[in-house]
Design a binder for this molecule. Structure first.
Ligand SMILES: *[C@@H]1O[C@H](CO)[C@@H](O)[C@H](O)[C@H]1NC(C)=O
Ligand SMILES: *[C@@H]1O[C@H](CO)[C@@H](O)[C@H](O)[C@H]1NC(C)=O
Ligand SMILES: *[C@@H]1O[C@H](CO)[C@@H](O)[C@H](O)[C@H]1NC(C)=O
Ligand SMILES: *[C@@H]1O[C@H](CO)[C@@H](O)[C@H](O)[C@H]1NC(C)=O
Ligand SMILES: *[C@@H]1O[C@H](CO)[C@@H](O)[C@H](O)[C@H]1NC(C)=O
Ligand SMILES: *[C@@H]1O[C@H](CO)[C@@H](O)[C@H](O)[C@H]1NC(C)=O
Ligand SMILES: *[C@@H]1O[C@H](CO)[C@@H](O)[C@H](O)[C@H]1NC(C)=O
Ligand SMILES: *[C@@H]1O[C@H](CO)[C@@H](O)[C@H](O)[C@H]1NC(C)=O
Length: 840
């Protein structure tokens, strides 16, 4: 309705000039009986503003005794009434001056006394777009911070339009017409077309830089009538925008000295949003046990408590500024805090007591060990550099100062002489470890240890004979041996390791040493075997873990002898493998060797072979050699993997036997002729044939298919049918049988088809494909009973053919006999007659 109003206005203005009554009809909103005339009563009229000639509004009818009318109220000298009741106006209505005129009309009698009314006549002045929008200022100035959030207005322009605010005439639309400068045609500024709010575009937010260009000039326009109408008015204004530096910048990294005793919180840095009244907060990404920082509403950042570099040496967190609605004003700023080390940690000892061992005969200057104390303060600074000093040695025998320590490395050395265990088996040293400010005492114990100058001595040199059955369980202990060592107990110098140096090259035996007693337990580690080693002449050797000191050697007392005799146990024959596999073509001749198996008896007895599970009777085995032969025709299509068991039995002895498996894989040969995939019974053409047609059929065979599927070729089984039928290949498995003409009889035709499987060697099959020509009803074969009885089948046709040939043969024979007397012409005519019956 609003949209059509403007159009209506124009039309009406035209008509008002000529036809006032019609105008009334169009402009009055409220129809009374008689649109343009009637009795006096309250009425409302709508009239468009604007400059018009005199216009009639309404003709009031006087009811006696009324004879004349009077008009009062807000006539503004424009509305008049004639004595006969004709209400009209003859001035310019202006909605912006008075939007509604309240008129009072009274009816008077001939004496001028009011007999009716006064009645209120309301005139609504309707707006026409007769006022231009106007910017409140012709020039605006504003400023924007670099990187301001896109879309957030930083200034407004504002225009007014005097037309009816409820009508589209004062619906204003703002636009940016020009942006200067404009690089690459990219707008940095945008205006909200309803509110006049000017903000940055995404590009503007990114690109504006006061260093590159500190000010921009925009021309903005405003249009009324929603900017949609060609009659809309417009105004424009100039806007100068200053670009100001963004002060929302990450501050420099902060260094805070750890363990500060100053009162907290301490201000460490600050951030500032470009305008006041931002809400600041801090966030951190790491999982922290505590977060000792805060920000106040000025943007000042504080550390709230002393930091400990040894706990955490740096912090990274972010400062965020939000507007009053909690919306981020810009990207977060990263705050980096580094915690500066002070020397607040004393050195610490690696353990309460550090133990070093020294051999009795160690030379002067030998390194004994290194004490590594730690300091938690920052590495590679003066705060963690440590110095070592021996402050006490106990006992002081045979003298003081037996040991030295290197000042900065903590390495201990023998200072004066070799140690002797008789003097003291151990020394206690107190070591002062110091950094810049702290001193710590650490304790070092030095053990003087015996040297390995005694060899292990066996209690006896021969452990005699032992007889064991070869099936003695693995893990059994068969003997205990014992040697002793005079060195200090429970040190590497006295611990004994037993080795077998002779008589067990296969490692069937092993020896475990009891750490308390040095007893050695000889155990079976692998099965004994009478057949490979019936007698083991074993030599044991007892050694120390530590090497002997120079000048001392193992002698015969560290060796002992032992004889192990293994007795035989009868064992089953052993096949060389558990599964024997062989592969032959399925068409091998009967009696062909297809595989062999071998088994040996550990006791060396002879072995006889036999088969088990030869359910198809396909195989035979030579009992003496284990060779296996085919005994019947093999067929892959029955069993592609033939599995039997072979049995090996000792000849003599206790006739023990064992079994193994023999798997025979049969490989395919092309031994199945191709055939039709099914019995085709329902192939038909509708009789009479209207156009040549075709049928598709499929062939298969039972041989192993190649990965490409079957590759059959198809042809007609009889050359004589070539004038009626055609066979064409569709693909490797399917072919098409087509008629070559339409002149077929009603009935069944059995078409012989040759199918060749293309194998090596190729196999061919001839199949018969029955095709019926029948009367069709609704596309299916409709066959009245008995109707086809007279049609010959292929068999019958062949029969007829054979009979014909027989007759012909007889005729020919007669002809040939006669030819001796007559010419060849009669023969030709006889041959010609064979053509006809071929068509079945
Ligand atoms: C309008 O009509 C009234 C009376 O009919 C007359 O007095 C007045 O002068 C007219 N005004 C104009 C502007 O024609
Ligand atoms: C625009 O000016 C009008 C009239 O002065 C005022 O009512 C309105 O609120 C102003 N709009 C804006 C967005 O300042
Ligand atoms: C005013 O702006 C809105 C969205 O900002 C847009 O959908 C609309 O088309 C604009 N109107 C005109 C007349 O450009
Ligand atoms: C602070 O230093 C004092 C000595 O200066 C030390 O005793 C204390 O353990 C230190 N605190 C931390 C947390 O390192
Ligand atoms: C051990 O057996 C050998 C023969 O193999 C025999 O000469 C020797 O006397 C036997 N020793 C003992 C202690 O039985
Ligand atoms: C082996 O050496 C030890 C001393 O180290 C000695 O007692 C023992 O008699 C020696 N044995 C032999 C067989 O020489
Ligand atoms: C079969 O016997 C032949 C010789 O007779 C031999 O080379 C081959 O390894 C035997 N095969 C099997 C599986 O024992
Ligand atoms: C051969 O052709 C027949 C009929 O068009 C189709 O159904 C079949 O999938 C085809 N076979 C192959 C292997 O393409």
């Amino acid at each position: 309705m609003k949209r059509s109003l403007n159009k209506e206005t124009t039309k009406m203005q035209a008509r008002l000039h000529c036809l006032c009554l019609l105008t009334l009809y169009l402009t009055t909103g409220y129809g009374q009986e008689g649109k343009f005339s009637g009795p006096l009563k309250p009425m409302t009229f709508s009239i468009f503003e604007g400059q018009e000639l005199s216009q009639i509004v309404f003709q009031f009818k006087a009811n006696p005794p009324a004879v004349t009318f009077k008009l009062t109220g807000e006539t503004d000298g424009i509305f008049h009434i004639q004595p006969d009741g004709l209400l009209y106006y003859n001035g310019t209505l202006d909605r912006e001056t008075r939007a509604v005129h309240k008129l009072e009309v009274s009816a008077l009698d001939e004496h001028g006394a009011t007999v009716e009314g006064p009645v209120t006549i309301t005139i609504e002045v309707k707006d026409i777009n007769d006022n231009r929008p106007m910017f409140l200022q012709s020039k605006y100035e504003g400023s924007v911070r670099q990187n301001s959030r896109p879309g957030k207005p930083f200034m407004y322009v504002n225009a007014t339009d005097l037309d009816d605010p409820a009508s589209p005439n004062s619906q204003l639309i703002y636009q940016i017409v020009i942006q200067l400068p404009k690089i690459n045609d990219i707008m940095y500024f945008q205006i909200n077309n309803k509110t006049g709010g000017i903000s940055l575009t995404l590009e503007g937010s990114r690109e504006l830089d006061p260093v590159k260009n500190p000010s921009y000039n925009l021309v903005v326009s405003v249009k009324d009538m929603g900017g949609q109408n060609e009659n809309s008015f417009s105004d424009s204004a100039s806007v100068d925008v200053m670009v100001k530096e963004n002060i929302w910048k990450a501050p420099e990294a902060v260094e805070i000295v750890e363990n500060s005793t100053d009162p907290h919180p301490i201000k460490i840095t600050q951030v500032r949003w470009n305008e006041p009244d931002a809400q600041y907060s801090l966030v951190y990404k790491e999982m922290l046990p505590r977060f000792p920082f805060l920000i106040d509403q000025e943007g000042d950042i504080y550390v709230t408590q002393p930091l400990d570099r040894e706990e955490k040496d740096s912090y990274v967190f972010y400062a965020i500024a939000k507007d009053e609605n909690g919306k981020p004003l810009s990207y977060p700023l990263q705050i980096n805090v580094k915690v500066k080390d002070i020397n607040d940690n004393p050195p610490t000892c690696p353990s309460t007591v550090t133990v070093f061992e020294v051999q009795e005969n160690e030379k002067i200057g030998s390194s004994i060990g290194t004490l590594v104390a730690r300091d938690m303060d920052e590495e590679n600074t003066i705060n963690s550099v440590l110095g070592y000093r021996i402050v006490d040695q106990s006992p002081k025998s045979p003298r003081e100062g037996l040991f030295l320590v290197e000042l900065y490395t903590g390495m201990f050395q023998l200072a004066k002489q070799s140690l002797r265990k008789q003097d003291s088996p151990q020394y206690h040293l107190t070591v002062e470890v110091s950094d810049k400010d702290f001193k710590t005492l650490c304790h070092v114990q030095i053990h003087v240890i015996d040297i390995n100058d005694q060899i292990p001595i066996f209690e006896k040199s021969d452990y005699g004979n032992l007889t064991l059955a070869e099936d003695t369980a693995v893990g059994s202990t068969i003997l205990t041996i014992q040697a002793t060592d005079a060195d200090e107990p429970f040190t590497g110098s006295s611990k004994i390791l037993y080795r077998i140096t002779q008589g067990d090259s296969e490692g069937r035996l092993g020896i475990d040493t009891d750490p308390q007693t040095n007893a050695g337990y000889v155990k079976v580690k692998k099965p004994l075997d009478f057949e490979t080693a019936a007698v083991h002449n074993i030599v044991f050797h007892a050694e120390n873990l530590e090497p002997l000191v120079s000048g001392v050697e193992y002698n015969a007392s560290s060796f002992a002898a032992f004889k192990l005799i293994v007795t035989d146990v009868n064992e089953v024959p052993q096949f060389s493998q558990q599964v024997f596999q062989a592969k032959v073509s399925e068409d091998v001749a009967i009696g062909t060797k297809v595989g062999n198996v071998t088994a040996k008896d550990p006791e060396g007895l002879g072995v006889r072979y036999s088969l088990r599970g030869d359910t198809r009777g396909w195989l035979k085995i030579n009992p003496a050699t284990g060779e296996i032969f085919s005994a019947a025709p093999l067929d892959r299509e029955t069993e592609s993997l033939y599995r039997v068991q072979v049995l090996a039995t000792e000849v003599g002895g206790s006739s023990l036997s064992s079994t193994a498996n023999f798997h025979l894989t049969l490989t395919d040969v092309n031994d199945n002729p191709p055939r039709l995939v099914k019995e085709y019974t329902g192939l038909f053409f509708c009789y009479p044939l209207k156009a040549p047609g075709s049928l598709i059929f499929e062939a298969t065979d039972d041989d192993q298919k190649s990965f490409r599927g079957p590759q059959f070729t198809f042809s007609l089984g009889s050359k004589s049918l070539q004038s009626d039928w055609e066979v064409s290949k569709v693909n490797g498995s399917h072919a098409r049988l087509s008629t070559k003409h339409t002149g077929f009889e009603e009935g069944v035709y059995n078409i012989p088809i040759h199918i060749n499987d293309g194998g090596r060697p190729p196999l061919e099959g001839t199949v018969s494909l029955p095709v019926t020509f029948c009367t069709c009803m609704e596309g299916t074969c409709f066959r009245p009973a008995g109707h086809l009885a007279g049609i010959p089948t292929v068999g019958m046709a062949v029969g007829i053919l054979v009979t014909t040939f027989l007759v012909l043969g007889i005729i020919l024979a007669i002809v040939f006999i006669r030819m001796k007397n007559k010419g060849k012409d009669s023969v030709k005519s006889a041959q010609a007659s064979e053509v006809k019956p071929l068509r079945n």
